[in-house]
Design a protein around this ligand. Structure first.
Ligand code: PLP
Length: 492
């Protein structure tokens, strides 16, 4: 037995030796270390494809090295998107990369998992099966919002025609939304030539202003978008209050009722587990569609999203397309066609693996860490916390009005970036543009240990900023004076 193994080994060695001898100048020779190969030192193609192939190991390592300088995803506290999945999930997803999610006839089991996800998520959002809800997976919330918006537009066209509203010569249709919208809604309005009516937010109304929202509505309004987890501040729009206002409006405008789409990109997969009492979903009569990002608090790597309509009536049939060229007759209602099935499989894995309790525990823990950070930031004394992770694990703050520091939140963001932390600062939207805020978004892989580290770094960097001086020439002779001065970020 032992001899046999030795023999095989020596045979192998011979073969390999011959291999590498016959390809002495060949980078693919297994004996050449990756960083000893000629190609590993060669320039990576920029605008013209290279003539010769590169060995896979060398190519992968070159790219890995190149990407390695951009910072790590765990410290990226700017994004809602998942930066961690369990190895079992990653493996399972990798095993399904090659399956095209659109080939439902070829991959009926994958299609079945997608349908299960729609049903499970619909149930979390309290659909009523009797109303025959419909839904689909998407690449993310952007595509899901686009579809929700299109359904509103097509429903409005029908209502407008029936009510004798001139759709062609007078005015464009409009969409009502808070000014703190995510950019996908701006895209939606521009792509489909819809007037975007933004309800300004202000410091007293950091989400959709219920006192004024209905002033923006008229017979050209295709719908109102409520946001569960406003991009700028992390706040939830008060969907229940909105539903009441809309209900009152609809009583007086029975021929052109208004419906609500809830953009629940972040909150849609948090609220059902954390605030099950909160009524924001299909429990409300006028909520006709809801979208979410599976890759945010649905806990899947990008990109997967979901959109669900409460009933058949909510999704005009013009938006359902039937294709036969994949074998079998299949309905498609998404904008994208081909994409990997792995994200759908990943979403189903997360639902199965975590169950209700698992999601709840993960979100509670993340919220706990976020609330700890919010309280620490508050304690620093110079910040006003606008959102302290009350509903989703987001913290948003500004400098107190009366605080005297010679630096801005942009300077702090830069200093934190030097330590690897990505904590963006940005101006608030229209109306309160002169207010700068800074935002932290926490995810499951950002535990208490990292939170403490990050807070300590924040304190250290603030100390450095407080003591920093910038030298500026302040007279014609060019004499330098030490002048304390914040950096100019007007270009941002
Ligand atoms: C993230 C986000 C979107 C866009 O979602 P993607 O999944 O990145 O396309 C839309 N709306 C809100 C409120 C968001 O937070």
């Amino acid at each position: 037995m032992k001899r046999g193994t030795e023999m095989r080994n020596s045979e192998n060695n011979e073969v390999k030796l011959n291999d590498s001898l016959s390809s002495l100048n060949d980078d693919t020779g297994y004996r050449t270390p990756i960083f000893g190969t000629e190609t590993s030192g060669a320039a990576m193609p920029k605008d013209k494809i290279n003539d010769e192939p590169v060995a896979p190991g060398v190519a992968a390592e070159m790219i890995r090295q190149y990407l390695s300088v951009e910072g790590n995803a765990t410290q990226n506290l700017a994004t809602f998107c998942q930066t961690y999945m369990e190895p079992e999930a990653t493996k399972l997803m990798a095993e399904n990369f090659e399956k095209n999610a659109i080939d439902k006839d070829e991959y009926p089991m994958t299609a079945d998992l997608e349908n299960r996800c729609v049903d499970i998520i619909g149930k979390l959002w309290n659909v009523d099966k009797k109303e025959e809800p419909l839904g689909t997976s998407t690449v993310g919330s952007s595509e899901a919002c686009m579809l929700g918006g299109l359904a509103m537009l097509f429903r409005w066209k029908k209502l407008a025609d029936a009510a004798g509203v001139d759709r062609f010569t007078k005015r464009r249709p409009n969409l009502v939304i808070s000014s703190a919208y995510q950019v996908c809604w701006e895209k939606f309005c521009r792509y489909w030539d819809i007037e975007m009516r933004t309800v300004p937010i202000d410091l007293d109304h950091l989400s959709l202003n219920m006192d004024t929202v209905m002033d923006y509505v008229d017979e050209y309004t295709i719908g109102i978008v409520a946001i569960l987890g406003i991009t700028y501040t992390g706040k939830y729009d008060d969907v229940k209050a909105l539903d009441n206002l809309v209900e009152k409006y609809n009583k007086e405008h029975a021929d052109m009722p208004i419906r609500i789409h809830v953009d629940a990109a972040s909150g849609g997969m948090v609220a059902p587990f954390i605030d099950s009492e909160l009524e924001w979903d299909f429990r409300l009569k006028n909520v006709w569609s809801i979208s979410t990002s599976g890759h945010k608090y649905g806990l899947v790597y990008p990109g997967v999203g979901w959109v669900i309509w409460r009933s058949k009536e909510a999704l005009p049939e013009e938006l359902i397309f039937w294709v036969s060229y994949l074998g079998g007759k299949e309905a498609t209602m998404a904008i994208n066609f081909s994409r990997s099935a792995s994200q759908i499989v990943g979403q189903y894995y997360m639902l199965l693996r975590n169950g209700f309790k698992g999601y709840k525990e993960i979100h509670e823990r993340t919220l706990e860490v976020a609330r700890y950070m919010a309280s620490e930031i508050e304690k620093m004394g110079i910040f006003e916390v606008l959102e302290g992770a009350e509903q989703i694990p987001i913290i948003c703050w500004k400098l107190k009005d009366d605080v005297k520091v010679e630096w801005t939140l942009y300077d702090l963001a830069d200093r934190l970036r030097m330590q690897g932390w990505m904590v963006p600062a940005y101006p608030m939207p229209e109306n309160i543009k002169d207010i700068d805020v800074q935002r932290l978004v926490l995810r499951q892989d950002f535990g208490m240990n990292l939170a403490i580290l990050c807070i300590n770094d924040m304190k250290k960097q603030i100390e450095i900023l407080n003591n920093s001086r910038v030298i500026v020439p302040n007279n014609e002779n060019g004499d330098n004076n030490y002048v304390s001065k914040g950096f100019d970020h007007s270009g941002r």
